[in-house]
Design a protein around this ligand. Structure first.
Ligand code: SAM
Ligand code: SF4
Length: 352
């Protein structure tokens, strides 16, 4: 049984989110600039072997759960062998992946065979034109086919992630209704200021480029956040009006994977509807995670730009130095992020 390390505030750290690539086949308006993010030189990025070696070193330190993300993790050619390697590591109990779903129909059998346990698929609208506006490069059928493939190949549970941005005017009830017939868990996430660097002006009176239909992750605007409570009321009242019935809270012990979402469900639904209140109700006190960026920087907090360079330590071949850095990162995990000033990196570069 690995001993779980605790940070300075008593939180046990057992969850590692790994960005396997900065690259993406979509360009979601709230996540990336239209031109994409600057490409990093190949040797700046961790290889699959380096990522797996890092997981091997931190599993005995208490990491039991690994999520692979990006960028889009399925554009990486090494994703299947990487999952195989991580699956073989003692102590890793749960491997999950966050994806836009587009490549899932093709890759689902190999991912399952490699040992992937479960997937989260991002889907922000069911409207075909809006989907292409939001993702710039995607088609809604791709994400829907990804959800079908996830169910068909037995990933469990299948979660759908929807980032809600007021200006995007999304069909939230239609999305929530995906949980009626199928065992999917649709989670609505509050829009966060990621990639809006501390030196950029956030939107406010007189800031240009903030209004209008085009979002820019570098100009995050607080008025675009739809608080979870407001959204839940809206979905519930629309559902009642349609005769579906209101959302009711789901037993907290329901097995959906530990995380910050709070789950609700329509009467007799096969799945659930979750809310992740990243902005209106910080869940820092229960934060059990660290992030590893594609270029090998360990981040103790999504919102803090403090990073620990494990890539260089890995490349010296000094395993003890890598573990020491890992422990230092945990020791310096901030208690909370009170004042959100944005981050230097975009979400696709941190690993959402
Ligand atoms: N490409 C994959 C995908 O879209 O699922 C994985 C990476 S993506 C960065 C991970 C998650 O972060 C997605 O669910 C995405 O919607 C979410 N995300 C990106 N930018 C965000 C923001 N500013 N606020 C909240 N969530 C965001
Ligand atoms: Fe790509 Fe995911 Fe960001 Fe969309 S949210 S641009 S799919 S990394």
């Amino acid at each position: 049984m690995p001993r779980e390390l605790h940070d300075g505030f008593g939180r046990g750290i057992n969850y590692l989110r790994i960005s396997v690539t900065d690259k993406c086949n979509f360009r979601c308006v709230y996540c990336m600039p239209e031109e994409g993010v600057a490409m990093r030189a190949h040797d700046e990025l961790l290889s699959a072997e380096e990522i797996a070696h890092f997981v091997r070193l931190v599993a005995p330190e208490g990491i039991t759960r690994v999520r692979l993300t990006g960028g889009e993790p399925l554009v990486s050619h090494r994703i299947v062998p990487l999952i195989e390697e991580i699956r073989a590591i003692d102590g890793i109990e749960d491997i999950s992946l966050t994806t836009n779903g587009a490549l899932l129909p093709r890759l689902a059998p190999a991912l399952r065979e490699a040992g992937l346990d479960r997937v989260n698929i991002s889907l922000d609208t069911l409207n075909a034109d809006r989907f292409t506006q939001i993702t710039r490069l995607g088609r809604v059928e791709q994400a829907l086919a990804g959800i079908d493939a996830a169910l068909e190949y037995g990933f469990e549970p299948v979660k759908v992630n929807t980032v809600v941005v007021r200006r995007m005017d999304q069909d939230v009830l239609e999305l929530a209704k995906l949980s009626l017939e199928r065992p999917v868990h649709v989670r609505f996430i509050e829009y966060m200021p990621i990639g809006s660097s501390a030196t950029s002006p956030h939107c406010g009176a007189g800031t240009s480029g903030c209004s209008g239909s085009t979002l820019n992750p570098e100009l995050w605007d607080a008025s675009d956040v739809v608080p979870s409570d407001e959204l839940r009321e809206l979905i519930s009242s629309q559902a009642r009006a349609m005769g579906i019935g209101a959302l009711a809270p789901v037993d907290e012990s329901a097995p959906y994977g530990a995380g910050p979402a709070r789950y609700w469900a329509f009467p007799n639904a096969a799945g659930t509807v979750g809310f992740i209140s990243a902005m209106s109700n910080h869940f820092c006190s229960a934060c059990n995670r660290l992030r590893l960026t594609a270029d090998g920087q360990l981040r103790p907090c999504l919102f803090s730009d403090a990073e620990y360079n494990v890539r260089d330590a890995l490349r010296t071949g000094d395993d003890e130095a890598v573990v020491a850095l890992y422990r230092t990162a945990i020791a310096h995990k901030p208690q909370q992020h009170d004042h959100i000033d944005g981050t230097q990196r975009f979400m696709s570069q941190i690993g959402g």
